[in-house]
Design a protein around this ligand. Structure first.
Ligand SMILES: Cc1cc2nc3c(=O)[nH]c(=O)nc-3n(C[C@H](O)[C@H](O)[C@H](O)COP(=O)(O)O)c2cc1C
Length: 175
């Protein structure tokens, strides 16, 4: 089983990336291969339907094609997902998401990133992805240990469950 973890923050010290990594590690322990696409390290151009796709963008689309499921993380920007993440999702659609599980996490500067999670769920459901109900929301108060785990064990559990739920649903759907 191959999952793609898509990091929607370009911040070099991204909390979204760290939180998504907790979910990805749990998914790996549950048996999945998880490939990370970090939009800071592998940026995509602004979506233009008339432009020829460059090699990096074609590699992104192919990776999304091949995935059995997804972990997606976004910072909360103006009460919604980052423009970089939405732009990346504009390159893909039903072909990549139809019938595949999607786990969501988000990071807010305030108390909760619920608006971002709800908006992402709406976007992914419109692409016929199976968005799992359990999500991970980080606040300003949530921080990480040097080994990448959450300081708060309850947050660690919550984000690990995003990863393991995606693996469980992917297994169930493949019979
Ligand atoms: C342009 C911009 C808009 C933001 N808007 C919000 C917001 O609406 N609500 C909020 O709680 N935090 C907001 N923040 C704070 C980020 O969500 C917060 O710093 C988050 O942890 C960033 O995640 P990252 O470390 O993965 O980049 C905003 C930050 C930026 C740069």
């Amino acid at each position: 089983m191959k999952l793609v973890a898509l990091v929607g923050s370009l911040n070099p010290e991204s909390k979204t990336a760290k939180g998504l990594n907790v979910a990805a590690e749990a998914a790996r322990k549950a048996g999945a291969e998880v490939l990370v696409w970090n939009l800071r390290e592998r940026p995509l151009p602004i979506y233009d339907p008339s432009a020829e796709r460059d090699e990096n963008t074609l590699a992104f689309i192919q990776l999304m094609d091949e995935a059995d499921g997804f972990l997606i993380g976004s910072p909360e920007y103006h009460n919604g997902p980052s423009g970089a993440l939405k732009n990346a999702l504009d390159f893909v659609g039903y072909n990549q998401f139809n019938g595949k599980p999607v786990g969501l996490v988000a990071s807010a500067g305030g108390a909760i990133a619920t608006n971002t999670l709800v908006q992402l769920a709406t976007i992914l459901r419109s692409l016929h992805g199976y968005v799992i109900p359990h999500t991970g929301s980080m606040s300003y108060a949530d921080n990480f240990n040097a080994d990448g785990t959450f300081e708060n064990p309850k947050m660690q559990e919550r984000f690990e469950k995003v990863g393991t739920d995606v693996v469980a649903l992917t297994k169930a759907l493949r019979g």
